[in-house]
Ligand binder design. Sequence first.
Ligand SMILES: Nc1nc2c(c(=O)[nH]1)N=C([C@H](O)[C@H](O)COP(=O)(O)OP(=O)(O)OP(=O)(O)O)CN2
Length: 177
Amino acid sequence: MTASTTDEPRDPTTLELTTIELAKESMKFSAGHFTIFSADRRERLHGHNFAVSVSLTGEPDDNGMMGDYGEFKRIVLDLCRDLDEWVLLPGRSPHLILREEGPYLFAEFDGHTIPFLRSDVQVLPVRNVTVEELARHLCSRLVDEGQVLQVAPIHGLTVKVSSGPGQLGSASWQRGT
Ligand SMILES: Nc1nc2c(c(=O)[nH]1)N=C([C@H](O)[C@H](O)COP(=O)(O)OP(=O)(O)OP(=O)(O)O)CN2
C-alpha cells in the first residue's frame, strides 16, 4: 500500500501562515478599576474578572509547528498574574492626576481626591483602564518584551480582553508595521 502524497513541488514564494488561538480558562485576572468617561464623569470603583485570549499568526516550521504553544501559554499566564488582585489606575489619563505621599497614593479627579494604599495599586501605562487599553497594554508587553517573538517567526498577534460575557476589547500587532 503506497501512501498517497502529492509530490508536486510547492511554490517556495508562497508563504504559508497558520494561527494559534489560546483562550484558556486560566488566562484571567481579577482587578479593581473605574472607567473615566470625561473630565467630570467616571464610574465608582468596582471590579471585574477579566478574561484574556491571544491569537498568534506565523510560519509553521518543517515540523509543522509555530513553536510550542505551551511556551506561549506560560508567557500569557505570567502577564495575567502580573495584573491579578490589584487596583489598576491609568498612568496616562488626561483627566486623572496621581500623587504619592508616604504609603498612600492619591488620585485627583474633577476636584476630588481619591485615596488608595500605594501597596494596593498598580499604575499602568494606559490612558484609561478599559478593555481596549488593557488589550493594548498586554499586546505591547508581548511584543516589546520580545518573549513571544523569540519562540517562533510570528507575523502578527491579537490580544482580546473581556470584562464580562459578550463584551471585549482587542489590540493587534503586525510585523513590519
Ligand atoms: N469602551 C469601553 N466602554 C466601557 C468600558 C470599557 O472598558 N470600554 N468599561 C465599562 C465599565 O468597566 C463597566 O463596569 C462595564 O459595565 P457593564 O457594561 O455594566 O458590565 P457588566 O459586566 O455589568 O455587563 P452587563 O451588560 O451590565 O451585564 C463601561 N464602558
